[in-house]
Write a protein that binds this ligand. Structure first.
Ligand SMILES: Nc1ncnc2c1ncn2[C@@H]1O[C@H](COP(=O)(O)OP(=O)(O)OP(=O)(O)O)[C@@H](O)[C@H]1O
Ligand SMILES: [Mg+2]
Length: 301
């Protein structure tokens, strides 16, 4: 039997300016336990979709309640332009951002304890009064993501990869069932990127978390996510197995924009093969495909 539908987003649109939709009648659903990538060129609407599903950005309402809606396990996150005020619902969704969103001057341990806020009495949470049990839970999460030895450092003393792992630890203590990550590896080097993606995959496999992750680089979607949703100018251009995302298919889907979706080394053309405005020859395509394969192998190593 298929797993229940975790996220059901139907007919959602978003315009920051009247008449200029950034999301245009998007319908996507995620099943519990899936790990799904979201790809698309810059400006295609990835962050807007992620924020809408996380309940952080209100979608457009329609006349007479005809706007879209987003539900999590049958309960509304938002509908017809209205965000749900249900705090419990928020606590079930962990959100990871490219820029980590830790409080830089506070200890890593305290930052991770903030993940408990949804579960603590309001007074204790507001004052940041975390007790030994809270700290123990946070330390376990830091050990799980491999940075327990940095618990007492200030967040801004950690490397980018370590900060992202601290943010993941915060989602762990939050007890999130759905983890939504907006380009979590965009600021990281390849080694740190792999560690962060490995952690997300581990939480997906071993804790049963549903993971929805936007990625700029298709190679990571191929390696980590069985399914990919591709946005193009605010519409779903593809939703299916990641294995179909060959360079040729992406080129067909995005045209010149597809270059943006590969790792920089893939974009570099060998000297002499790049002629101004020329249509790529089969030989050039073969070189590009070979480089692509090497890059994927490097990521998989
Ligand atoms: N708060 C905002 N106010 C006005 N326009 C916005 C706002 N946020 C996003 N946009 C616009 O909406 C469009 C989609 O932006 P979004 O950030 O969702 O794209 P993205 O796919 O995440 O891009 P990137 O890959 O660069 O992160 C862009 O044209 C952007 O300028
Ligand atoms: Mg974005």
């Amino acid at each position: 039997m298929p797993s229940p539908i975790m996220i059901d987003a139907r007919g959602i649109s978003k315009s920051y300016q009247r008449g200029v939709p950034v999301l245009d009648n998007v319908t996507v659903s995620l099943r519990r336990g899936e790990m799904v990538a979201l790809i698309g060129a810059s400006g295609s609407g990835k962050s807007t979709l992620i924020r809408a599903i996380a309940g952080l950005t209100p979608i457009d309402g329609g006349r007479n309640g005809t706007g879209g809606r987003i539900e999590m396990l049958g309960e509304p996150i938002q509908s017809n332009g209205r965000l749900s005020t249900n705090r419990n619902m928020r606590a079930r969704i962990g959100v990871i951002f490219q820029q980590f969103n830790l409080v830089p001057r506070l200890a890593v341990l305290t930052n991770v304890c903030f993940g408990l806020l949804g579960r603590l009495p309001i007074v204790r949470g507001t004052l940041g009064q975390f007790n030994d049990d809270d700290k123990r839970v946070a330390m376990q999460a830091l050990a799980r993501v491999g940075i327990a030895e940095h618990a007492l450092k200030r967040a801004n003393e950690l490397s980018g990869g370590q900060q992202q792992r601290a943010a993941i630890a915060r989602s762990l203590v939050q007890g999130a069932e759905l983890l939504i990550a907006d380009e979590p590896i965009a600021s990281l080097d390849p080694a740190s990127s792999r560690r962060v993606m490995d952690l997300l995959a581990d939480m997906n496999r071993n804790d049963g978390l549903t993971v929805f992750v936007s990625l700029h680089q298709v190679e990571y979607a191929l390696k980590y996510c069985p399914r990919t949703i591709a946005l193009k100018a605010g519409k779903v251009a593809y939703d299916g197995p990641s294995s179909a995302l060959t360079p040729a298919f992406l080129n067909q889907l995005y045209g010149a924009e597809s270059e943006e979706l590969f790792l920089p080394s893939f974009e570099e053309q060998p000297r002499g093969t790049h002629t101004n405005g020329a249509v790529p020859t089969p030989a050039m395509a073969a070189v590009a495909a070979a480089k692509h394969a090497i890059e994927i192998e490097r990521i998989s190593a």
